[in-house]
Design a protein around this ligand. Structure first.
Ligand code: F6R
Length: 614
């Protein structure tokens, strides 16, 4: 949520700020702005709407200019105040001495604002951020030290912040600070950078320092100091980012989402690499730090996640209960954190998050950890805050996911759950060895099967042509595919804004069936196995109400043609692995429908990829 960049000492400063914001556009895109010191004063440019508007405003400023000093930039996902130019960042203090960009929410901003107004400060925006600029300026009245003024002001803030700050009278220094919102420092040659996330700086440097909570960085062109809120200097490790800039390009696809959908076969291969070495050998998960003894005694698991990650968690629950027979509770992180945390001695908490920065999930795992739980995190970002705070980590290696709608990271999360469930079954001896070997063989078949779906998209495209103007869509499934129905509906909602809902197929007749008529398509996910016949009956019930029917199925069943208007075939697999395959057509259907509707697929309205506010 909101992206921050900053730079000092680079001659292409404005270009860095704009290109950096472009790479962070997945974090928010309702307005943007930059501020830089030109040696005499701080210049600010802001624009409402997408980054292109700011770029147009800056036309002519993008050429190199070695006279420019420190600069900061921001791309916004509005929390306080509508997304207009006034509320866009950077915000400047009352006497124009301090310019700041901020990601996070200041919870006590109303009290602080009142105090500042009493002191004579005037506010021009509706944001919580503006109080920080005035507070720092106010603190500067009592000290000559910029870092002391920063520390004094930050101690008054409650809530979350990642900050980039520049001062009118100190053009050679850029300040950064972090509390509960991600921020990194990029260490370059005679120039240094700050950013909310790695992609912004990847073309400039691969050396990074991850700021921790309550740390402040005082950064110059060829040096930096990091301190705590008391001013004690801290030794921080410089880490090397393992990614290449090409990891964040569209590689010829029209949208990141389509590219990421097509990366899924390789993501599955990558997830299995080095973990599944031989069918008869136990899986190799060195990142799981729980001892075999603890795992053997494990009697309960709680999984916490949001959105698409929550749907992956629902599949995880099904798998673990099926393979190991211990209870698994899943909960939306935003609900978990406002309830009493009940943890037993032999329980494990699993947090699932693509970004590893989602505020609700981060708070939830911190809460569980403080009660003594072992926290295992499944994340796509081993460099994230969650990964750093986890006791055990299951990295999912999907690579950077840029499109706001999660696709390949979801598949990778599912793979992580397959591996973890089999790993537990091996340790707890809860499944016969032959069955485990069967499952391992099937896992290795999945990439080719996904490739088959991706090379035969015609039927899916036809459905999209037929149904893209519908206003409502229903997805039904049962058992392990029920979360797939939820995920398919979420994908469609997110990028096409069509009202799509996923139901357990058996629930239709308890209410939702009242909505059905010939205007509402019903998509059934049905694969041969435990619940096939039941989903078929529920589909017949929908057909009897004149709904247009679509099947996503691997069944060779002649009866299907009499019920379904469209049949999207997927390769056969064991029912337990079918979510990996049934998900892919639903991602593609959502994509094509959004494309026919002319929607902004990679950056749907009102959304942001990394949700760092609660
Ligand atoms: C949907 C989507 C979101 C995220 C959710 C959690 O396509 O991407 O629903 O899944 O915001 O984000 P992470 O997984 O980063 O914790």
């Amino acid at each position: 949520m909101c992206g921050i960049v900053g730079c000092i000492g680079h001659e292409a400063l404005v270009r860095f700020l704009i290109e950096g914001l472009e790479k962070l556009e997945y974090r928010g895109y309702d307005s943007s702005g930059i501020a830089f010191h030109n040696g005499e004063e701080v210049k600010i440019y802001k624009a409402q709407g997408k980054l292109i508007n700011l770029k147009n405003l800056l036309n002519g400023c993008l050429s190199e200019n070695s006279n420019l000093k420190a600069g900061i930039g921001h791309i916004r996902w509005a929390t306080h105040g509508v997304p207009n130019e006034t509320n866009a960042h950077p915000h400047i203090s009352f006497e124009n001495k301090v310019a700041i960009v901020h990601n996070g929410i200041i919870e006590n901003y109303k009290e602080l604002k009142k105090e500042l107004i009493e002191k004579g400060y005037k506010f021009s925006s509706q944001t919580d951020t503006e109080v920080i600029a005035h507070l720092i300026e106010d603190s500067l009245k009592n000290t000559d030290s910029y870092s002391a003024a920063m520390r004094h002001a930050l101690k008054k803030l409650q809530g979350a912040y990642a900050l980039g700050v520049i001062f009118k009278e100190n053009p050679e220094t850029l300040f950064a600070a972090r509390k509960s919102a991600p921020l990194i420092i990029g260490v370059g040659e005679n120039s240094n950078f700050i950013a909310s996330d790695v992609p912004a700086i990847l073309e400039y440097t691969k050396k990074v320092i991850y700021l921790d909570d309550n740390e402040i960085a005082q950064i110059q062109g060829s040096s930096y100091k990091i301190m705590d809120l008391e001013g004690n200097i801290l030794e921080k490790q410089v880490e090397i980012i393992p990614w290449e800039p090409v990891a964040i390009s569209k590689m010829g696809y029209k949208h990141f989402m389509m590219k990421e959908i097509h990366e899924q076969p390789d993501v599955i291969r990558q997830t299995l690499f080095d973990k599944l070495r031989c069918f008869s050998e136990p899986l190799h998960l060195p990142e799981v730090k729980l001892t075999h003894d603890t795992l053997e005694k494990l009697d309960r698991i709680q999984i916490i996640a949001c959105g698409t990650s929550l749907h992956a968690a629902m599949v995880g629950k099904y798998l673990i209960e099926e393979f190991i027979g211990i209870p698994v509770d899943i909960e939306a992180s935003s609900e978990y954190i406002y309830k009493r945390t009940v943890i037993s001695k032999n329980s494990l908490i699993i947090g699932v998050s693509q970004s590893g920065e989602t505020a609700d999930t981060l708070t939830a795992i911190r809460q569980a950890k403080s009660k003594g739980s072992h926290v295992l995190v499944i994340t796509n970002r081993p460099d994230s805050t969650m990964a750093r705070e986890a006791d055990s980590l299951l990295p999912v290696n999907a690579g950077f996911e840029v499109s706001v709608a999660a696709t390949k990271s979801y598949t990778a999360q599912l793979m992580a759950f397959y591996l973890f469930a089999i790993y537990l079954a091996e340790i707890k001896n809860s499944l016969p060895q032959e069955e485990i070997e069967e499952y391992k063989k099937e896992l290795l078949q999945l990439p080719q099967k996904v490739e088959m779906i991706l090379s035969n998209k015609e039927e899916i495209n036809e459905c999209a042509i037929k149904f893209h103007n519908t206003r409502n869509f229903i997805y039904i499934a049962r058992g392990i595919n029920y979360p797939v129905a939820l995920e398919g509906a979420l994908k469609l909602k997110e990028i096409s804004y069509i009202n799509a809902t996923g139901y357990p197929a058996g629930e239709l007749k308890h209410g939702p069936i009242a909505m059905l008529d010939d205007t509402i398509p019903v998509l059934s996910v049905l694969v041969p196995g435990k619940v096939y016949e039941k989903v078929l009956s529920n589909s017949e019930e929908s057909k009897a109400r004149n709904a247009s029917m679509i099947a996503v199925t691997s069944a060779d069943d002649e009866n299907l043609e009499s019920i379904f208007d469209y049949i999207i075939k997927i390769p056969k697999t064991h029912e337990i692995f079918s979510p990996i395959l049934t998900t892919i057509p639903l991602q593609l259907l959502a994509y094509y429908i959004a494309e026919y509707l002319g929607k902004d697929i990679d950056q749907p309205r009102n959304l942001a990829k990394s949700v760092t506010v609660e």
